[in-house]
Ligand binder design. Structure first.
Ligand SMILES: CC(C)(COP(=O)(O)OP(=O)(O)OC[C@H]1O[C@@H](n2cnc3c(N)ncnc32)[C@H](O)[C@@H]1OP(=O)(O)O)[C@@H](O)C(=O)NCCC(=O)NCCS
Length: 190
């Protein structure tokens, strides 16, 4: 039996915790834990997004966010979230620049395409095959929906090599944010 399933509202806390720790340098966690939970609650209900989770012994240990159309993160932003973010920016001004560049650099998704928005595994479980199982499940999810192409963007150099080597991905764009190199990949699901 597969360990991968669609996330539901009861998984939001666990997903937000993994996101906050494993993707700690990402912009989203700096809007606060409440915003992160609101974000996942919203996308679980959205027809254009799904979250697949990896569950082991009843514990969520990884997730992947799949998006098939545009989704505005700003529609769920409240003043309180902005204040939390600005407080984080005071301590780390580069965050502001990162948020602006990420917003401007949104990838366009065509009808038969899907983008991996977020992908993370709990720190103590990384490197044991959960990520590969989630990618495999994401490809099956796409096949079910007649989606032929997966897109993703990452600054994780090891993962960039994985997409090139294992998925024979095409590199669509390369750009830097604060000395980190991001690559946008696209591959056809066989
Ligand atoms: C990237 C990540 C989701 C992969 O999940 P995983 O369960 O650790 O991965 P797997 O063991 O299935 O291995 C798949 C690939 O992930 C990458 N990977 C695995 N462990 C990793 C680690 N500790 N750190 C970075 N990348 C790792 C490797 O490229 C690996 O393939 P390879 O061993 O053939 O090179 C996970 O390591 C993670 O959460 N890293 C931090 C957040 C992150 O970089 N997310 C990526 C999107 S921005």
């Amino acid at each position: 039996m597969s360990n991968v399933e669609l996330a539901t509202a009861k998984d939001i806390d666990a997903i937000a915790s993994i996101h906050a720790i494993s993707l700690a340098s990402d912009v989203l966690p700096h809007f606060g834990r409440n915003y992160l939970k609101k974000y996942y609650s919203e996308i679980i209900q959205s027809p254009r997004k799904d979250v697949l989770i990896y569950r082991q012994q009843n514990k969520v240990t990884g997730f992947i966010v799949l998006r098939t159309g545009s989704f505005s993160m700003t529609s769920i932003l409240r003043l309180k979230d902005i204040v939390v973010f600005l407080c984080h920016c005071l301590a780390k001004p580069s965050l502001f620049l990162r948020a602006v560049i990420q917003t401007v650099r949104q990838t366009h998704i065509a009808d038969c395409e899907c983008e991996i928005d977020y992908f993370a595994v709990a720190i103590d479980q990384q490197g044991s095959g959960i990520g590969k199982a989630l990618i495999h499940a994401a490809e099956n999810w796409c096949r079910d929906k007649n989606i032929q192409v997966l897109l993703t963007k990452t600054n994780n150099a090891r993962l960039q090599d994985f997409y090139l080597r294992e998925k024979k991905a095409e590199t669509l764009k390369v750009f830097s944010i604060l000395r980190e190199t991001y690559k946008v990949f696209k591959w056809t699901i066989e």
